[in-house]
Design a protein around this ligand. Structure first.
Ligand SMILES: [Cu+2]
Length: 147
């Protein structure tokens, strides 16, 4: 990729992140939650931090998580309920096979996973590599009923 194309991509991704950030920061009803339909959410990881705050998603929305790992170590994104996270927290899987909402991201790599938020409720996203949740690599996802 040449330099101009790279700058264009960076600007494009920046605009996308701003759009998502705006949607998250508003509060209240389903109108400020992501969705409905298919929504792409860019997730950056740097210094073992997700650049993503709490998410609000409308029930029934299919989210494409595009995860960019800018660290020199492995990370992962796991989306799910308490049971899913308990299993990962006590598990020993270093890499995840393709499971919706679960993806490993090698150093400097970019990976994606899809997750359909089919029921209203509270979910969590996290990285379960040893010590990463304790360091802060987790966040909440509120799935709100669609209007
Ligand atoms: Cu991690």
């Amino acid at each position: 990729m040449n330099r101009i194309a790279r700058i264009g991509l960076a600007v494009g991704l920046g605009a996308l992140v701003v759009t998502v950030g705006y949607a998250i920061e508003a509060s209240g009803s389903e109108h400020d939650a992501l969705g409905p339909g298919v929504v792409r959410v860019e997730v950056g990881i740097e210094n073992s931090r997700f650049d993503l705050g709490p998410l609000r998603v409308q029930e029934g929305t299919l989210v494409e998580f595009v995860v960019q790992n800018d660290d020199p170590i492995d990370h992962e994104l796991v989306v799910g309920d308490e049971d899913v996270h308990r299993r990962h927290a006590s598990g020993t899987e270093r890499r995840h096979p393709p499971v919706p909402g679960e993806v490993s991201v090698a150093p400097g790599d970019r990976a994606l996973t899809f997750y359909e938020f089919s029921e209203a409720g509270s979910l969590v996203y996290a990285c379960h590599l040893p010590g990463h949740v304790a360091y802060g690599m987790q966040g909440t996802i509120q799935v709100v009923p669609s209007g």
